[in-house]
Ligand binder design. Structure first.
Ligand code: ZN
Length: 351
């Protein structure tokens, strides 16, 4: 029977049979294989990547080398040769899928020429959580390619990254991984300050069930975790959680615009909204106008745009959003934070 474990042993023996590399190099390769096999993703996803790294994925390029008679064109873009690196990383369809994922481009993209170097470089540089996301998005791109090739099923790139994220969340939930991983420290569940001269803006929405009232919270912090600005805004005529989260994202973006902040990374725990904001195509859903407006404002602010974080790491914005439910209108703070968030601000920087 073909199992991931057997695949692992085949991979290791393949490597050692071709390896004239130095021992330090082979140690690095072994370490990277180990990162791959230990990744917290479904076994079929690991098997897929084992095929990619070993150069035996059934891409049209690989099949052509085996003299299978077929055209070699990319199904998505019509590019001349469908190689692993093209279909998974360089194809415009793949690029759009990666961009609408929660990984910024410096995390999934590098200039490696071979699939093995590409994946192993990412394995070295990404956190466990990021690497699991990386593996899922690449796999989902291949699934979309197969859907098109075998069933003529067309997917949009942002559906691909959303599918990858949801499948990963299901897998973690079913395997009860979320708690045990955080205990082992493999998935960081604490808020991280931004790098160097970057500002981080966290946004969140709070919903009063059974009403049409919502609250929005925004907090801006610098690389030391110091409070720079915050706001709490009460909204009326709110009809859904996605609408509220989209409005929270817009409020954070407007605050950044008004204050002239540049080099900003935004964080939201609403995956659907982050995916919509990172998508290359126009959002035609009910929340489309808010999403598209926010996207156009974001083009005027340098930085990484929106990324997704876990709800548990969005404590300050969450509290501001719930506070907003109890006020009328909008409150802003600059430099000096309000007392009722000082404990969460402190926890975020001292966990
Ligand atoms: Zn292509």
């Amino acid at each position: 029977m073909f199992t991931v474990k057997s695949a692992y042993h085949v991979a290791i023996s393949l490597h050692s049979s071709t390896g004239r590399a130095s021992s330090s190099n082979s140690e690095a390769v072994a370490r990277n294989w180990s990162l791959m096999w230990k990744a917290i993703v479904p076994a079929r996803v690991k098997t897929f990547w084992w095929r990619v790294i070993s150069g035996i994925l059934h891409t049209k390029e690989n099949l052509a080398q085996k003299k299978v008679p077929l055209d070699e064109e990319c199904m998505f873009c019509g590019g001349p040769i469908e190689s692993s690196i093209h279909i998974l990383r360089d194809c415009p369809f793949a690029i759009c899928a990666w961009r609408s994922s929660t990984l910024s481009s410096s995390r999934w993209n590098n200039d490696a020429h071979s699939p093995k170097d590409w994946v192993f470089r990412c394995a070295e540089q990404l956190s466990c959580h990021e690497f699991a996301n990386f593996l899922m998005v690449g796999w989902a791109i291949w699934e979309a390619r197969n859907g098109l090739l075998w069933n003529n099923r067309k997917s949009r790139p942002e559906q691909v990254s959303l599918h990858a994220s949801l499948r990963l969340q299901d897998f973690l939930r079913v395997n009860n991984c979320l708690g045990s991983q955080s205990r082992q420290g493999q998935i960081r569940q604490i808020w991280q300050p931004p790098q160097g001269n970057t500002l981080k803006i966290n946004v969140d929405g709070g919903w009063k069930t059974g009403t049409t009232e919502g609250g929005v919270g925004v907090v801006v912090r610098d690389f030391t975790g110091k409070f720079v600005a915050g706001c709490a805004t009460k909204l009326t005529n709110v009809f859904s959680a996605p609408q509220l989260e989209a409005l929270a994202a817009r409020t954070g973006t407007v605050l950044a615009m008004e204050r002239g902040y540049q080099n900003v990374v935004f964080e939201s725990d609403a995956l659907q909204i982050v995916t919509a904001l990172r998508s290359c195509s126009i959002d035609r859903s009910v929340i489309g106008p808010v999403v598209e407006d926010t996207k156009s404002l974001l083009t005027q602010i340098t930085g990484e745009g929106f990324t997704h974080i876990r709800r548990t790491t969005n404590g300050v914005a969450h509290r501001l959003a719930h506070f907003a439910l109890h006020i009328g209108g909008s409150l802003h703070w600059f430099e000096e934070p309000p007392d009722f968030i000082s404990d969460v601000l402190y926890e975020d920087c001292n966990s």
